[in-house]
Ligand binder design. Structure first.
Ligand code: NDP
Length: 329
């Protein structure tokens, strides 16, 4: 009988997560039944959404939500033979007995020289988020100027590179000088450290004096209030995330964007990546091709050891990651 290690949300987070909010537990797994498989985690993802979703999708005592790349180590399902790898939404667990409905195959023609961990990053949910935010929400066009914040992260770094591929000017903001250097390496036209610029308004104006057509919003809060002032008439804002708000204990208030939105006739649309799930196969293939051609570069920030899941999660929320934050078991 296999024993799984799991990370439990011991109590709901209040403010920034703490070590004591998590508990490592052991669980005895039953044998997989007909149609089921036994999975062993290889890479696990830590993502910002886990913070706000924990409040609405989880109860104290639940296994932390999350996605992993796992290897099938026992199978009663011919579609998932022993040795194949899958993406599973089974949470922070080392081993899982899983039904077919809870797992998806990694792309058939996944190249040998591309780490499977990218199925949790650029060639996975964060990459798709970047693509759909630009194509479906912003409907970005060649020659336009894009602003993206949290730009050195999993979603932001891909969004900026896709916009470059589409012939746009790209301005990125990130929280350290190393991250800014990385954005320049990736081909961003302008990048700045939002923590050290004397004035965010001036930094945005200097980076693009003519303003912004599109704004890929990952952060929210005061950054957003200043950025909206720099939008061009008929600008489009894809509201992907608001990480600066996730750990707030009291909601932040204005300035409110209404007048800017009216006078500049802005379009602001929130979205969840799952809306375009029917396009995922084709989209992932497209991004894998860009990666193989060298047009999509994807750094990873890898933490080793399942026991370090909470530390990796909190580190990502603090901004320690350049690129996708991953845990390797
Ligand atoms: P990242 O890899 O970008 O990691 C999070 C980053 O956020 C940190 O590295 C840090 O970078 C930045 N950050 C943390 N706190 C703050 C703060 N107070 N102010 C500004 N920046 C902060 O994460 P992802 O790429 O996975 O996610 C980016 C955003 O996209 C998140 O808001 C997430 O919730 C959202 N998202 C939305 C999806 C959707 O379907 N709508 C799907 C996936 C993600 P820095 O050093 O630059 O501050």
């Amino acid at each position: 009988m296999v024993q799984a290690k799991t990370w439990i949300l011991k109590q709901h987070f209040e403010g920034f997560p703490k070590d004591t909010d998590f508990e490592l537990k052991l669980e005895q797994l039953s044998e997989p039944r007909d149609g089921e498989v036994l999975l062993e985690a290889v890479f696990l993802s830590v993502d910002p959404y886990m913070r706000p979703f924990s409040r609405v999708r989880m109860q104290a005592g639940d296994v932390m939500i999350g996605t992993q790349v796992a290897k099938v180590i026992q199978s009663n399902n011919p579609s998932f033979p022993v040795g194949c790898h899958v993406v599973s939404r089974c949470g922070w667990r080392t081993h899982t007995v899983s039904a077919e409905s809870d797992i998806t195959n990694i792309l058939d023609d996944w190249p040998q020289d591309v780490s499977l961990s990218h199925a949790l990053g650029a060639i996975g949910m964060p990459g798709l988020t970047a693509l759909y935010g630009l194509e479906e929400v912003c409907a970005i066009k060649p020659g336009e100027t894009l602003l993206v914040n949290a730009a050195a992260g999993a979603v932001g770094s891909v969004a900026g590179q896709i916009a470059k591929l589409k012939g746009c000017k790209v301005v990125g903001s990130a929280g350290s000088d190393d991250k800014v250097a990385y954005l320049k390496e990736l081909g961003f036209d302008q990048a700045f450290n939002y923590k050290t610029v004397p004035s965010l308004e001036e930094a945005l104006k200097n980076a693009s004096p003519e303003g912004y057509d599109c704004y890929f919003e990952n952060v929210g809060g005061p950054f957003s209030s200043v950025a909206i002032l720099q939008m061009k008439v008929f600008g489009r804002i894809a509201v992907c995330g608001g990480i600066s708000l996730y750990n707030d204990t009291t909601p932040q208030t204005g300035p409110y964007p209404h007048l800017q939105m009216i006078f500049k006739q802005l379009k602001m649309e929130g979205f969840l990546v799952g809306r375009w799930e029917h396009k995922n196969d084709e989209s992932l293939k497209r991004m894998l091709t860009w990666m193989q051609e060298g047009n999509l570069k994807c750094k990873e920030h890898v933490t080793v050891g399942f026991e370090n899941m909470p530390a990796a999660f909190m580190g990502m929320l603090r901004g320690e990651n350049i690129g996708k934050a991953i845990v390797k078991v």
